[in-house]
Design a protein around this ligand. Structure first.
Ligand code: ADP
Ligand code: MG
Length: 327
């Protein structure tokens, strides 16, 4: 059924029935002019928003509607993870072309809700509008964090170890694979289509070790490393040999004759966490590593020392925000 048939209010009603969930701290849920929530005592609010646009962030040739809802939610959940907090409530604004079916809109919400619920996050409102061209989904998320666990991009010190969760390159490898083979089912594409936010991992990190700075990898390792160094007024060196390159991205790299290292440095939408810890935290980090996959990939330097990649060959390359520069 086309959405024109049931109109904006009919659609909102369906969405409400699909995502509505009781919560004792939500005094007014979907259906009024705005949602009302009771703040938790002694916690700080985390407030973030992120938007996905058709043909910029997703392509319906290879994304299902569930997957675009899922991914839009993950972009927001990941921001909350990167601050050390827990997600709580979301508002979802969707722009829809008139031609879209009600079933497809519901699928977008199912995807959104699926990953949100796994992290106890609830959709409690939003806005619905018609878009003349393409779908967009803009989510605003409210999270919470205890003051002692809050981690910012600034805060790293010279000599701090640079660490990353999981492995890198697969989100970009998956995208390149899909561009070439849009209809082929493959294990290579999971991270591009349905990435996971590292919320549990971030909580384990902040509870068990003193994390001095943290950022989620939404634009690529190099780019995020620049953010950390800029915000902390430092330089950095990372070692090629220590970068956890995803085995799948190596396979796709071989297939497409592309460089998995470059993907690892520049792959956006990985949603892994890049963070720093003091060297005196090494023992605690060891304990964290029993539960979370963490790789130590480098260390923070003084600002005037620059930002470098040490290649396996021993050659030092200056990093740029989008990978490495050749010189
Ligand atoms: P208003 O015109 O006052 O903005 P709306 O009709 O847009 O009111 O929204 C009515 C209620 O439905 C609000 O609680 C709003 O948060 C909720 N809502 C509207 N669109 C969506 C949506 N796409 N997803 C979730 N909730 C929505
Ligand atoms: Mg509205």
């Amino acid at each position: 059924m086309k959405i024109e048939k049931i109109g904006e209010f009919g659609l909102i009603d369906l969405i409400k029935r699909r995502v509505f969930s009781e919560d004792k701290s939500v005094l007014v849920n979907i259906g009024d002019d705005a949602a009302i929530i009771n703040p938790s005592p002694d916690k700080l609010f985390i407030f973030t928003t992120d938007t996905l646009m058709e043909n910029v962030h997703f392509d319906l040739r290879y994304f299902t509607f569930e997957q675009i809802g899922w991914k839009a939610m993950v972009a927001n959940l990941s921001d909350v993870a990167a601050m050390g907090g827990l997600p709580k409530f979301a508002l979802a604004t969707i722009g829809l072309p008139k031609s879209i079916s009600v079933e497809n809109v519901i699928s977008i919400y199912d995807g959104m809700n699926d990953i949100a619920k796994r992290h106890k996050c609830k959709v409690i409102g939003g806005d619905t509008l018609f878009s003349p061209k393409g779908i967009f989904i803009s989510i605003t998320l409210l999270g919470e964090v205890e003051k002692k666990y809050l981690v910012k991009r600034s805060g790293a010190k010279r000599g701090d170890l640079i660490c990353v969760t999981g492995d890198l390159g697969e989100a970009q490898a998956g995208l390149e694979f899909l561009k070439k083979y849009p209809h082929r089912k493959s294990a290579f594409t999971r991270k591009h289509l349905t990435p996971l936010p590292r919320i549990n991992e971030a909580r384990i990190l902040v509870k068990n070790s003193k994390i001095s700075s943290m950022i989620d990898i939404s634009d690529g390792l190099s780019s995020e490393l620049f953010h950390l160094t800029e915000e902390s007024h430092l330089g950095a060196i990372i070692y090629e040999a220590k970068i956890p390159i995803s085995p799948n991205s190596i396979k796709v790299g071989n297939l497409l004759k592309r460089s998995p290292l470059l993907w690892a440095l520049s792959s956006g939408e990985e949603y892994e966490l890049l963070f720093t810890v003091g060297r005196n935290e090494l023992a605690k980090l060891g304990k964290v590593k029993e539960k979370v996959r963490v790789s130590i990939i480098g260390e923070m330097l003084n600002k005037n020392e620059g930002v470098f990649l040490m290649e396996k060959s021993g050659k030092k390359r200056k990093l740029s925000k989008s990978g490495f520069t050749h010189f």
